[in-house]
Ligand binder design. Structure first.
Ligand code: UDP
Ligand code: MG
Length: 318
C-alpha cells in the first residue's frame, strides 16, 4: 500500500459522504493504491452510520475504527496511524477545510526528495481575532523558549509522513498526547508547505477558546518543566524579599526605636504568601496528576469495532 489517509471524525455526519467523494475525486487516476482510515471518535450524531454507508458502498479501500467513547483528536490520530499500513501516511481533517489535493502534492514532494521524511502544511494566513492571536503568539514564544523541542508556528496535524516516522510516533505511547510536540520530538526531516484552510463544509469547530487554552497548558506541561521552575523562582524571590524586609524591621526597631505598625502588613503578607504557596502546590499537583495517570498505563483508545476493506474482499471458502 502506497498511501494511507487518516481521518479523525467527531460529530461530522454532514461531512463524511462529501469527504469520501472529495478524496475519490482527488485520487482517481493518481496511479498508486491508497486506503482511507476513518476514526469515529465516539460521535454522538450519525457519523458512524454515515461511515458504514461509505464503507459499504464506496469502491475505495476504506477502514473504519469505531471508538467506544470520545477519546479526543490526539487519540483518534494515534488509532488511525496504528491501523494504517501505507508507506506514506497522511492525516487530514474530516471537515474539508484541508483539501485532499494537497496530500497529492505532499506525496509528490516525498517521492521526489528521498531526504525528506515528512511534509507538513501550515496556514500562511489565519482569520482570527486579536485576542486569540495574542494567546497563540504567547504560547509559541513560551514553549519554544523553554522546551528543547522546536514548535513551528501554525504548523498543523495536516501532514504526510514516511513509515519510519509513523512507527517512531507510535513508539511514543504516552497517555497525554500533544501531537505538535510528538511530531517534532521524534525528529526526521520535515518540509513545511503553506496552505489556506477552506471554510468548514458542515457542522461547527470542536475547539472553543477554553478548550484551546487547556490544550496549550497541557502542551506546556507535557514538554517543559517551566511551571515548576517558575514556582521555584517565585519562592526564591519572595524568600529573599522577606529576608531584606526582616533586616529592615530589626534595624528600625533596634537602632531607631521605630515601632512597625503591624496588622495590615501581616494580613497582606499572610494572604500573599498563602496564595503563592497554593499556586505552587497546584503546579506541582498538575505534574503529579499527569505522572499518576501515566503510571496507570491505560490504553490511549478503545475500539469497539473495526470495519476493514480487507475483510470485505476476502472470499469465504469454508
Ligand atoms: N476531532 C476528533 N475528536 C475530537 C475533536 C475533533 O476526532 O474530540 C476531529 C474533527 O472531527 C475534525 C478534526 O478533529 O476532523 C479537527 O477538528 P475541528 O475541525 O473541530 O478543529 P479546527 O479545524 O476548528 O481546528
Ligand atoms: Mg476544522
Amino acid at each position: 500500500m502506497k498511501l494511507s489517509l487518516v481521518v479523525p471524525c467527531y460529530n461530522e455526519e454532514g461531512n463524511i459522504a462529501e469527504m469520501n467523494k472529495a478524496i475519490e475525486k482527488a485520487f482517481s487516476g493518481c496511479g498508486f493504491d491508497y486506503e482511507i482510515v476513518f476514526v469515529n471518535d465516539g460521535s454522538t450524531d450519525n457519523t458512524y452510520k454515515a461511515l458504514c454507508e461509505v464503507y459499504n458502498n464506496s469502491t475505495q479501500n476504506i477502514k473504519v475504527v469505531n471508538f467506544s467513547r470520545n477519546f479526543g483528536k490526539e487519540s483518534a490520530i494515534f488509532a488511525g496511524l496504528k491501523e494504517s499500513c501505507g508507506d506514506i501516511t497522511a492525516i487530514i481533517d474530516a471537515d474539508l477545510q484541508q483539501r485532499p489535493e494537497i496530500v497529492l502534492e505532499m506525496v509528490r514532494i516525498l517521492d521526489e526528495d528521498s531526504e525528506t521524511d515528512c511534509v507538513t502544511a501550515y496556514q500562511e494566513t489565519r482569520k482570527e481575532g486579536a485576542v486569540s492571536r495574542f494567546f497563540k503568539n504567547g504560547f509559541y514564544k513560551i514553549i519554544n523558549k523553554f522546551s528543547d523541542t522546536e514548535f513551528v508556528k501554525n504548523a498543523s496535524d495536516f501532514r504526510a509522513m514516511r513509515r519510519e516516522m509513523v512507527d517512531a510516533v507510535l513508539d511514543m505511547e504516552e497517555y497525554f498526547r500533544f501531537s505538535k510536540g510528538i511530531f517534532s520530538w521524534v525528529g526526521f526531516n520535515t518540509k513545511y508547505i503553506p496552505y489556506t484552510a477552506e471554510k468548514r463544509f458542515s457542522g461547527e469547530t470542536k475547539w472553543s477558546f477554553g478548550k484551546l487554552f487547556k490544550y496549550a497548558l497541557d502542551g506546556i506541561i507535557s514538554f517543559t518543566t517551566l511551571p515548576l521552575k517558575l514556582a521555584t523562582g517565585v519562592g526564591l524571590i519572595t524568600s529573599m524579599l522577606s529576608i531584606i524586609y526582616l533586616i529592615v524591621v530589626v534595624i528600625q526597631k533596634l537602632f531607631f526605636k521605630i515601632d512597625v505598625p503591624g496588622y495590615a502588613t501581616i494580613v497582606v503578607l499572610v494572604l500573599l504568601l498563602g496564595g503563592i504557596q497554593l499556586l505552587c502546590l497546584g503546579i506541582v499537583g498538575e505534574y503529579i496528576g499527569k505522572t499518576y495517570m501515566e503510571t496507570k498505563k491505560r490504553p490511549i483508545y478503545i475500539a469497539k469495532k473495526i470495519l476493514d476493506y480487507k475483510d470485505k474482499n476476502r472470499i469465504d471458502r469454508s
